[in-house]
Write a new protein. Structure first.
Length: 419
């Protein structure tokens, strides 16, 4: 059972790359600093804990097994970063800043002391035989090295236990974003799996103390558990950002696609298509489509019939549509009528015959002259401009629009017939 150390390194590196812009931009934010430190130490642990890197470190320094305290120190720093992350998450509010600083200083002091102790113990220990993969069990009974192994495992276990419990409790709180909740669940699963790493190591070491051989827990189960745990933790950081990003991209594309029927209808008004550029971002394409539609709607303002819209709304309600849908259907009927009216007026036709007794300019009153020069009153376009997506979606149901339109025009046609 073996999982390459480079798999979690790649996943952790991806999580760091995703978070790095925010970390650099908002470096003064303690939460982002804690996340950055955690990901950096996690990547470093798996880079330097790989068997080939361990052998290289020992060879370059010329000190047998010096990679051991170095990797233990990185793992201890990673454990401290877990606690610092939880402190920043849970106690980051302004009114608790003093408590946050005290807890941060306590964690840094304790785990820095553990790192110093690891190097002192290694200097006192006699470990001349290089061990690449099973150092913990090979030197489990060696003075000072025994204490060093136990110290780093206990520091790791305590940090992991506290972090796992707090993350799981937080993931069950109300009001969390769905993506954040899933991210916390992955983090919690990662920290629980990290406990399996510590349990396997401690069990194998304790077996050596009692004269038994369970080295396979140290050389097989523990490294694999560490790799799985690191991958889960990295996914926990990636999921909220990647999920929110993909959800936003999907929302933008869906809105862009939903505006297509209305955009197609507005081509007859604008006399062409909306601007298109293959290199444009989805956000820019959406803005261009919305601007194209709203500009065309403003050109239709004088052709909109508010009376028809009111009759259409009543007709839609009478047909059993919910009031919000009825309002949208009425807007669509009015919009289609305005487009048709504009097309009819733009077609060339014969001039109307001159009146038999035209009024002379002198006999025309100033009020009537001003009225003849003024433009027709503009209809209210507020709803159309605000609810372009709803109107565009209802254009996908021409049968409903036709039914509302026929009912709205029926009374007028009937009255005209009787007269």
């Amino acid at each position: 059972m073996y999982i390459s150390f480079w798999l979690p390194t790649v996943v952790l590196g991806a999580a760091l790359a995703i978070k790095l812009p925010s970390i650099l931009k908002l470096w003064r934010d303690p939460l982002l600093r804690a996340v950055g430190g955690l990901l950096v130490f996690a990547c470093a642990v798996f880079v330097f804990a790989a068997p080939k890197t361990i052998a290289w470190t020992n060879r370059v320094t010329g000190v047998p097994n010096i990679a051991a305290p170095w990797v233990y120190s990185l793992l201890t720093a990673l454990s401290a970063s877990w606690l610092l992350l939880i402190i920043a998450w849970r106690n980051g509010r302004t009114e608790r800043s003093a408590q946050t600083r005290r807890a941060t200083r306590w964690v840094v002091s304790v785990y820095a002391g553990v790192v110093v102790a690891l190097w002192v113990l290694f200097a006192l220990a006699d470990v001349p035989v290089e061990q690449i993969q099973d150092l913990d069990t090979y030197y489990a009974n060696t003075p000072f090295m025994r204490e060093e192994i136990l110290l780093y495992l206990l520091a790791h276990t305590v940090a992991c236990s506290v972090t796992a419990r707090l993350v799981w409790n937080w993931s069950r709180t109300d009001g969390l974003d769905a993506w954040l909740r899933w991210g916390l669940r992955f983090l919690g699963a990662g920290y629980v799996t990290n406990l399996l790493f510590s349990a396997a190591k401690l069990t194998a070491v304790a077996a050596r103390w009692t004269g038994h051989d369970l080295d396979w827990l140290n050389t097989s189960i523990a490294p694999s558990a560490a790799c799985v745990a690191a991958t889960l933790v990295a996914i926990g950081f990636i999921v909220p950002h990647a999920g929110q990003y993909l959800q936003e991209r999907w929302r933008i594309r869906r809105r862009h696609r939903s505006l297509k029927p209305l955009s197609r209808l507005m081509r007859t008004v604008a006399g062409g298509r909306e601007p298109f550029d293959l290199r444009a971002t989805p956000e820019l394409r959406l803005i261009r489509r919305e601007t194209f539609i709203r500009d065309a709607l403003l050109q239709l303002a004088r052709h909109l019939d508010d009376d028809l819209r009111a009759r259409s709304y009543e007709a839609a309600v009478a047909l059993g549509f919910e009031r919000g849908v009825a309002q949208t259907l009425a807007a669509a009927v009015t919009l289609l009528d305005a487009v048709e009216a504009r097309e009819q007026r733009s077609r060339p036709h014969a001039q109307p015959p001159a009146p038999e007794h035209p009024a002379s300019p002198a006999s025309a009153s100033p009020a009537s002259a001003a009225a003849s020069l003024s433009s027709p009153p503009r209809a209210d376009t507020t709803y159309l401009l605000r609810e372009i997506q709803a109107v565009s979606l209802v254009l996908r149901h021409p049968d409903d629009i036709q039914a509302v339109r026929a009912r709205a025009n029926a009374p007028a046609e009937s009255l005209s017939t009787h007269e």
